[in-house]
Design a binder for this molecule. Structure first.
Ligand code: 5AD
Ligand code: SF4
Length: 439
């Protein structure tokens, strides 16, 4: 067996959802603790972690082409680890097909990377797709770094088993991280510079835990405690399931100052028949009723959603019902996807799979309507004076980019710094951003 020299630099490339971004950050912290340093932009890295996503289309093919692209001119490759949901779902296959991959690590096992790295250096090819009972969170280093806006995973996994979705298989059963750990991690993020924290979970609003007084609380309990952290300015959470939108959480939108007026509440389809086939366990009516309750306490709340077009059996009428729902809700933003059969999920073998042409055409129509809605939502903000959290420099010299409470991108000029919360008048609206004037 050959022993290779220890890698000195690393790069983590995360694809897919925000939870992967969080996991990627944590892997980076773990590798830093092992004495590695992050490779500078454009530089070659000794170790590359591909933190993959399996939620839709061509995920595995993309991994193989990414692996291929890591080959250097002299034919050598960095030490390659494949992490994330493709690793979980297709780890064995990856090991067979891609000899340059030395480590395959699932989303619940990445705290074991240091040990895997050691074994890989000794010539072994190591796969770890366990879902161990000890939680990775306990084994990860304490957080030390953060940008202005930070992610914090509070809940992971899913027990809902929507018939199209791989998450219950790749991320495993639903778990809520303990209250005390989360408050501590949040404080560390704030100490490291975070002004905004977005609580993450596949079903974040199903989070539950025991507060400092020993009472069982829902997500609002956590949010209320975070609200008391002095240097934290904003709290957000994503993604929520309509059935887990408890009244306590809704009430928090009415009276927690730092909780931003934004709710990402995927509905997937506007047809009850399709929702049943999807095993969503809510109807269009119950979804709308939730929105009504939220808007009752926070009338200006921005609503966003996820939509799947071309789910097996989706008729033109079902699709028209989705368009009608979009029209009715007045979304501020949305993510829309063509249905993609995921191996091992019930929908993948359902009758009446929809052709690619029909899906393309429906997606175009849905997105055209969505842009109309986004433009209308942004146009309605023009004239407002609002807080903007400064996140980075804009493309033009002197320009800054930040976010409004409603998660709109706002660009403006002025004497500010990243992390400032500034007052801006919104003066012009486009589909994806607004122009503002610093007050
Ligand atoms: N095909 C298309 N879209 C999907 N999503 C999840 N699984 C699939 C799939 N098989 C979408 C859903 C979900 C979002 C994260 O990804 O809309 O809310
Ligand atoms: Fe997937 Fe449905 Fe769970 Fe969301 S709620 S992660 S779509 S199974």
């Amino acid at each position: 067996m050959t022993t290779t020299t220890a890698p000195k630099t690393y790069r983590v490339k995360s694809f897919g959802c925000q939870m992967n971004v969080y996991d990627g950050d944590r892997m980076g912290e773990l590798l830093t603790e092992q004495g590695l340093t992050a490779a500078a932009e454009g530089d070659d890295a000794d170790l590359v972690v591909l933190n993959t996503c399996h939620i839709r289309e061509k995920a595995a093919e993309k991994v193989y082409s990414d692996i291929g692209r890591l080959k250097r001119e002299d034919g050598s490759t960095p030490l390659i680890a494949v992490a994330g949901c493709v690793a979980q779902a297709e780890g064995e296959e990856i090991m067979k097909r891609a000899p340059s991959v030395k480590m395959v690590v699932g989303p619940q096992a990445y705290h074991r990377l240091p040990d895997m790295l050691e074994r890989a250096r000794n010539g072994e090819r190591v796969t770890d797709t366990d879902m161990p009972t000890e939680t990775k969170f306990d084994a990860l280093p304490k957080r030390r770094r953060s940008g202005t806006s930070a992610f914090l995973t509070v809940q992971e996994g899913c027990d809902k088993f929507c018939t199209y979705c791989v998450v219950p298989y790749t991320r495993g059963a639903e778990i809520s991280r303990p209250y005390g750990d989360l408050i501590e991690e949040a404080k560390r993020l704030v100490d490291a510079g975070a002004r905004e924290i977005t609580l993450l979970g596949q079903n974040v609003n199903a989070w539950t835990g025991e507060n400092a007084k020993g009472q069982t609380v829902g997500l609002e309990g956590l949010i209320r405690e975070l609200d008391a952290i002095p240097d934290l300015a904003r709290i957000r959470y994503t993604t929520s399931h309509p059935n887990d939108m408890a009244q306590g959480l809704i009430d928090a939108h009415g009276d927690v100052g730092k909780l931003m007026p934004y709710l990402h509440l995927p509905v997937q389809s506007g047809s009850d028949r399709i929702l049943r086939l999807m095993n969503r366990s809510h109807s269009v009516e119950s979804y709308l009723a939730v929105l009504e309750r939220v808007r009752a306490v926070r009338p200006d709340i921005a609503i966003s959603g996820d939509f799947i077009v071309g789910f097996p059996g989706e008729s033109e009428q079902d699709f028209a019902d989705t368009l009608r729902l979009i029209d009715q809700v007045g979304y501020a933003a949305a993510f829309s996807f063509k249905y993609s059969p995921r191996p091992g999920t019930p929908a993948a073998t359902m009758d009446e799979q929809i052709s690619a042409e029909v899906m393309d055409e429906r997606l175009k129509r849905l997105q055209a309507l969505m842009i109309e809605k986004q433009v209308a939502f942004n146009a309605a903000s023009v004239g407002k004076v609002t807080d903007v959290l400064v996140e980075k420099r804009g493309r033009q010299p002197g320009q800054w980019l930040g976010k409004s409470p409603w998660l709109q991108s706002v660009h403006f000029e002025g004497d500010v710094a990243i992390g400032d919360l500034v007052k801006v008048e919104l003066v012009q609206a486009g589909p994806n951003s607004l122009a503002g004037l610093l007050i």
